[in-house]
Unconditional design. Structure first.
Length: 369
C-alpha cells in the first residue's frame, strides 16, 4: 500500500481500490479514515494535520470534543477557497465574491458563535437549531433569519464531510425554513414632495447628493463613493460603492456597474461643486461623516423636508420616485432596470420600486357591451 504523504500527526495512503486513507493515533490506537472522493486528499490532510497540531487528537466522547469555535478555522479556510476560485476564474468550482465571504463571517460573529460557539459540535441537535431560529425572528424578519440558518447548515455540512468523528449528521437538515412575510415597502414621495424637498436644501453639496438619487437613481452607497473621474460626458459611471466606510468596494452586483445620463442642470451644479471642493472625491467626507444612509438622510434630507412641510422619506424613497417617474415618461422596463442597476428581467424593479396610488387607477373603468 503506497504511502503518499507523511506529516507530523498523520499519514496518507492510496488503497488498492483507488480511495485515499489517512491514519493517525487517538486514545493510544491507530485510527483509519477514508477521505471522501470529492475532496482533495493532499489539501485535506494538511488541514487535518494542522487541526491535530492544535491539540485535537482524541476521539471525542459525547458532550466533549471540539466546540464550534474550535472548528471555525476549517470553515473559514473553506470559504476562503471559494473566494480564491472566484478571483482566479476557476470554472470548475462555484466560487463567490469577497463581499459574500465578509457577510458570512459577519453573520457567524454576530449571531452563530454567540449562541453555539461554546457548545461541543456533537451535542448540537435539531432542537437547539429550532430554538436558535426562534430567537432570531424576535429581532428580524424570517427572510433575514433564513440565510443565517443556511450559513449554520453549510458549516455543519462541511464538518460532516471533513470528518464524521466530530459530527455524524447535519442538525439543520430537519429544521424547515421559516415562511417569509412581505417586507413593508418604504414611503415613495410624490413629485411635489420631491420638488419641495430639493428646493429647501440650502447647500450645493447636499443638493447634488439628493439630485443624484432623484435624477439619476443612484443608491446612496454609490453616491458616497463617486470620484470626479466617474463624471464625464454628461453622465456618471458607477464602478464602486461605500460599504461600512470602505470606499473601494465593488457595487452590489455586476448589473449595478453602469453609466447613467445626467440632466444638463445637474451636470452644471456638479461642475460648480468641483470648483468649490476640489480633490479626488466628489463629496467631502462622503465615506466618513456621511457614509451611512440614515445619517446622511438625517443631515441632508430631513431638515429640508421639515422646512417644506412634507412627509419624511429616505434616499431609497428618491430612488423609488426615479423609477416611477421614468415609467410615467414611457421608458421601457428593461431600460429602467439598466439605469437602476438591476439585472434585465429582474422582478426587483417592480416588486420593490413600483407604487400605484388609488387616484391613478380611478379612470380605468371597464364597460362590457
Amino acid at each position: 500500500m503506497p504511502l503518499i504523504l507523511e506529516l507530523d500527526n498523520l499519514r496518507l495512503y492510496l488503497l488498492a481500490n483507488g480511495q485515499h486513507q489517512y491514519r493517525y493515533k487517538a486514545n493510544g490506537k491507530e485510527v483509519r479514515r477514508v477521505i471522501p472522493a470529492h475532496l482533495d486528499p493532499i489539501g485535506f490532510c494538511y488541514q487535518k494535520d494542522a487541526f491535530f497540531g492544535a491539540g485535537q487528537f482524541d476521539l471525542p466522547k459525547r458532550g466533549s470534543g471540539p466546540t464550534l469555535s474550535n472548528l471555525m478555522k476549517i470553515y473559514y479556510a473553506h470559504i476562503d477557497e471559494q473566494v480564491f476560485a472566484f478571483q482566479s476564474g476557476n470554472k470548475y468550482v462555484k466560487g463567490f465574491r469577497p463581499e459574500r465571504r465578509d457577510r458570512i463571517k459577519s453573520e457567524i460573529k454576530r449571531h452563530i458563535l454567540p449562541h453555539f460557539g461554546d457548545m461541543p459540535v456533537n451535542m448540537i441537535k435539531p432542537k437547539h437549531v429550532s430554538k436558535f431560529q426562534k430567537a432570531l425572528v424576535k429581532n428580524m424578519l424570517p427572510q433575514s433569519a433564513n440565510p443565517i440558518i443556511s450559513v449554520l447548515s453549510d458549516i455543519f455540512i462541511m464538518l460532516v464531510e471533513h470528518d464524521e468523528e466530530y459530527l455524524e449528521n447535519n442538525p439543520c437538515a430537519v429544521v424547515k425554513p421559516l415562511a417569509t412575510v412581505e417586507r413593508k415597502q418604504g414611503y415613495t414621495p410624490t413629485t411635489a414632495e420631491v420638488e419641495a424637498t430639493l428646493a429647501k436644501i440650502d447647500d450645493l453639496q447636499s443638493e447634488c447628493m439628493a439630485r443624484l438619487a432623484a435624477e439619476a437613481g443612484l443608491r446612496f452607497s454609490e453616491i458616497a463613493a463617486l470620484t470626479w473621474t466617474s463624471i464625464a460626458n454628461s453622465s456618471v459611471s458607477v464602478t464602486q460603492s461605500v460599504v461600512k466606510g470602505n470606499r473601494n468596494k465593488k457595487p452590489k452586483s455586476k448589473a449595478a456597474e453602469r453609466v447613467v445620463p445626467l440632466d444638463p442642470k445637474l451636470n452644471a451644479k456638479l461642475a460648480e461643486l468641483r470648483l468649490k471642493n476640489g480633490g479626488d472625491a466628489v463629496f467631502k467626507n462622503g465615506w466618513n461623516n456621511l457614509c451611512q444612509p440614515t445619517s446622511a438622510a438625517r443631515k441632508v434630507l430631513q431638515p429640508a423636508q421639515q422646512k417644506a412641510g412634507v412627509q419624511t422619506f429616505g434616499w431609497h424613497g428618491l430612488r423609488r420616485w426615479y423609477r416611477n417617474h421614468q415609467q410615467a415618461q414611457g421608458v421601457p422596463l428593461a431600460h429602467i432596470q439598466k439605469l437602476m442597476g438591476h439585472a434585465i428581467g429582474s422582478t426587483v424593479t417592480d416588486r420593490h420600486y413600483t407604487v400605484v396610488r388609488q387616484d391613478e387607477v380611478m379612470g380605468y373603468s371597464v364597460r362590457v357591451g
